[in-house]
Each structure stands twice: as C-alpha cells, then as structure tokens.
Write a protein that binds this ligand. Structure first.
Ligand code: CO
Length: 296
C-alpha cells in the first residue's frame, strides 16, 4: 500500500536523522544551532519536520524548542532529550532519545529504554492501550523510578500527529485495542520526581486549531501562511519570526490568534517536583502478530 510505504520512509528518515544528530549533543553546543541543524537535516532528506525539534533539558519534559533569539548552550550536568518528527507526503513519524551529559543519569535512560522495549514487545492486535500502559509502568518501577502519568504516546494518522487514541505510560482502563495497520508513537517518560508535568507560561510551539474571528491583518496573513505551509502540524514561533520580519506585529498577531482560539498553544512542560526526566520514543506500525518499529 502506497500510504504505508510513506510511513516506512518517514520512519527511516527520522531514524537516520536521530542517529546523525547525536554528535551535536555536547557541552557548550548552542540549542538554537542544534534545533536548526536537525530541522535542516530532515529537509536535506527531502522531507519536512513534523513539528519543531524539542530540546528538553533536566526537569523540562517536553515542548521546549529554542526561542528565535535563544543564546542558551548545553551545560555539563544536563540530561538532554531530543524529540524529532518527519512529515513525508502526509505520513508522519516521531522519535526521541535522551543523552546524559551529567554522568549520573544513565539509569534514567536505561529505565526509559527498557520501558520502550517492553511496550514494543507487548503491542499486537487485540491488546488494549491501557494494558500496554501497565507494561510501561511496571518496567519503569522496576528501576525505582516513576512514569510520568500525564504524558502519553499517541496514535498517528496521515497529517495528524495526535490522531485520537492515547497510549498511557501507566496502567489505565482505556479499552481501545490495537488493530493491524495502526500507527502509534510509543514514548515512555521516566522521572525521580512526582511523576506529573505542569504547563509553564512559556509557549514556543503552536498549531492551527479552528477558524476564529480575527481583526488584525497580520494575523490573517499568518493564518494563511501557516495553513499553506504547516496545515494542522505544530510550528515554532522562531519559524514564523524568520518568515515574517516585523517582530512587533508577529507578537501582536500570535497573541490575537491565541485569544481567539485560532491557534492552540503547546506550553513548555515541567516535572512538578523538578525531578529529572528521560524519554525514549519510537513510532510503530501494528502488524498481524505484533508491531514493526518504523524508526528503528
Ligand atoms: Co516525539
């Protein structure tokens, strides 16, 4: 099937870029450089980023991507999560890894890795997402760490990164059963904190949500631009600031687009007790008897 071929290809590209990107993760590296380089690597493969590259450090679990003028660099002691996605002809893939610049967090990474592998071994048609959540939770608790209960994996479909069904990282009663042909992002998050994340005020990632009543001309221009370039896929404020030169107008427009719910915001997520967080992620295709890792 043509569509499945595109999902396989999107997965292959994501895996290739993921592996190549690991050499960028070192002390003193600029976050902005890392994000832009990875996004460029995806484009060089003939694809597009499915969302802005997330670089989430230590107690930040997800949804941080550098600001347009970010001057931050990686520090000794950082636990660094890189989450990237590839879009190819509507097919999407999503993969993530964690690197430890501290020398003291290898067990976080091992726990996330084991949880991911256990989940992958247990996914097959007829098994419920709640059961797989239990497998992930048990695997993480064996390492004396906690799963993050309010972050989940997610079903993926053409042009839709979050296609309805969630794959929890804890045991739940969610009765949805995997079926052949389903594509899911599996992403265990582990922490030594409370096991929950909260929204910070900072938002760097947005996506089109629904048509709203817009007043500003600049807002309408941004909506047209986002729709034609990204559709419903997430985009970064820094992308828009590159594409629209006037800094002041972009700020006012994004503000209006959020207030009118034309855009949805993905706030930066932080572990509530500021525990350190590690994450591993693959995209899988459910097959007749199990699942195929598309981002291997
Ligand atoms: Co991801």
């Amino acid at each position: 099937m043509k569509e499945i071929d595109d999902f396989r290809e999107a997965g292959k590209i994501a895996a290739k870029v993921r592996e190549a990107s690991k050499k960028l993760i070192m002390v003193d590296a600029s976050l902005l450089d890392i994000a832009e380089t990875i996004e460029q690597m995806i484009e060089e493969e003939g694809a597009k980023p499915a969302f802005p590259v997330n670089i989430s450090i230590n107690e930040i679990a997800a949804h941080y991507t550098p600001e347009y003028n970010c001057e931050k660099t990686l520090q000794e002691g950082d636990l660094v999560k890189i989450d990237l996605g590839v879009a190819l002809n509507g097919a999407l893939s999503d993969t993530a890894y964690t690197l430890d610049l501290s020398g003291s967090a290898e067990h976080f990474i091992k726990a996330a890795e084991d949880a991911l592998n256990s989940a992958i071994s247990s996914i097959k048609p007829g098994v419920s997402v709640g059961e797989v959540g239990g497998v992930i939770e048990d695997s993480i608790r064996k390492h004396n760490l906690k799963p993050i209960a309010n972050l989940t994996g997610h079903q993926i479909s053409s042009n839709s990164l979050h296609a309805g069904v969630e794959l929890p990282n804890i045991k739940t009663n969610n009765p949805y059963r995997f079926k052949e042909g389903d594509v899911f992002a599996v992403e265990p998050f582990v922490t030594d904190g409370a096991g929950y994340v909260e929204d910070l005020e900072q938002v760097e990632i947005f996506a089109l949500y629904a048509p709203g009543k817009i007043r500003l001309r600049q807002s309408r221009k941004i909506v047209e631009h986002v729709w034609s370039k990204y559709g419903f896929l997430p985009f970064a404020e820094r992308w828009i600031r590159k594409e629209f030169k006037s800094k002041l107008l972009v700020s006012a427009a994004l503000q209006e687009l959020l207030e009118t719910h034309t855009l949805r915001a993905y706030p930066v997520l932080r572990e509530v007790e500021k525990g350190r967080v590690a994450q591993m992620e693959h995209t899988v295709l459910v097959t007749e008897n199990g699942c195929e890792v598309l981002t291997k």
